[in-house]
Design a protein around this ligand. Structure first.
Ligand SMILES: *Cc1c(COP(=O)(O)O)cnc(C)c1O
Length: 359
């Protein structure tokens, strides 16, 4: 079977015989059952682990299409503003396409792993003394005048590629989930998933649509508040965005699906981040944990029991885990105890071992 989201979902994507397929075999990520969360929340919970894409985030699904179309259209370089993962992905796919990449990032606000990726793939990285929203305005202006392909999620091909994750979830479950929880930053991804579910329904692949549950960080929650945030702040750098490009798409997903978009605090995000690692064995970056923080918050106020589904269906909840934990190693190290150093002998080591001994 051919690999990569373009090959697998060609019929749903704006490609033709003429489109060169620039791929790193992205997509086909696992939908992992979450027994701890299922017990905690009281319905079946699954984790869509998008951190297992080639560059460690879901951005690859959109980037394969955006870069393929840029090459088809004759571009020799791509440009993006980025909180990190878009630049890592753009840089890698540009290498595959043998074109150049330029990334504009907010100075000092990018997780270490992501910066390393852009640099090792030879992207030209330009840091600005400003935030993501300022970086996005700059690259938008530049691409109006210069022959660089914009590969932020304003690029409709990004959304088209990203919707394939919704197809995969439906293919795996044999139906759409009852609920889907997702972090919201620039809001391209929630827009993409909703588009994917609607298209699968239109083609008769699924009967029902999920309720879309979006979560922003409290200090970067423009959609929840209803106005752009000037200085967005959160430890979840991938969703530190004050004026989302796909604002309308997110509201549409929320309203058409009967879902919601709410905010979660950094404390709630970090608690969910640790819970995923300690209870489910899944390591994600902080922004990804916003989806789980959100469903824990909703479950505590009885949301999932107050919204009963038809008795014939046991409700299912899918949490989108957008990026890999290794993207942001600093955060992991800050949130745990440092390893203790002891003498190099059995007695010294055994004295420290806390696991109960069984006969
Ligand atoms: C980009 C990104 C997000 C936010 O997605 P949007 O489409 O901007 O809403 C969330 N988590 C991670 C890890 C990301 O890289």
């Amino acid at each position: 079977m051919s690999s990569g989201v373009i090959n697998r979902y060609k019929d749903f994507l704006p490609v033709s015989e003429k489109t060169p397929i620039i791929t790193l075999n992205e997509g086909d990520t696992p939908l992992i059952p979450a027994p701890y969360l299922s017990r905690f929340i009281g319905i079946d919970v699954f984790l869509k682990y998008e951190g297992l894409n080639p560059t460690g985030s879901f951005k690859d699904r959109g980037m394969t299409l955006a870069v393929s179309k840029a090459v088809e259209d004759g571009y020799k370089a791509v440009i993006c503003a980025s909180t990190g993962n878009t630049s890592a992905s753009a840089a890698a796919y540009a290498v595959r396409a043998k074109i150049k990449s330029v990334v504009v990032i907010p100075e000092g606000a990018i997780a270490l792993g992501k910066l390393a990726q852009a640099l090792i793939h030879n992207a030209q990285v330009i840091a600005i003394k400003g935030n993501f929203d300022a970086a996005l305005n700059i690259v938008k202006e530049i691409t109006k005048k210069y022959p660089l392909a914009l590969v932020n999620s304003l690029n409709p091909y990004r959304i088209e590629g990203q919707k394939t994750a919704a197809f995969e979830i439906c293919d795996a479950l044999g139906r759409a989930p009852t609920y889907q929880a997702i972090p919201v930053g620039n809001a391209g991804n929630i827009t993409a998933y909703w588009k994917g579910y609607k298209e699968y329904k239109a083609k008769g692949r699924i009967k029902d649509l999920p309720r879309m549950l979006g979560f922003q960080a409290e200090g970067a929650a423009p959609i929840v508040k209803g106005y752009p945030i000037k200085g967005p702040e959160t430890i979840a750098t991938a969703i530190r965005i004050g004026n989302p490009a796909s604002w309308k798409g997110a509201e549409q997903a929320r309203d058409e699906s009967g879902g919601l978009i709410e905010s979660v605090s950094d404390e709630q995000i970090l608690a969910a981040y640790k819970l995923l690692a300690e209870k489910e064995g899944v390591f994600v970056e902080p922004a990804s944990a916003a989806s789980v923080a959100g469903v824990i918050k909703l479950s505590k106020r009885g949301y999932f029991t107050r919204n009963p589904q038809p008795a014939t269906r046991n409700p299912q909840l899918v949490c989108i885990l957008t990026g890999h934990g290794l993207k942001d190693p600093d955060r992991a190290i800050q949130s745990i105890e440092k390893p203790k150093v002891v003498k190099a002998n059995v007695e010294a080591v055994i004295r420290e071992i806390k696991v109960a001994r069984s006969g």
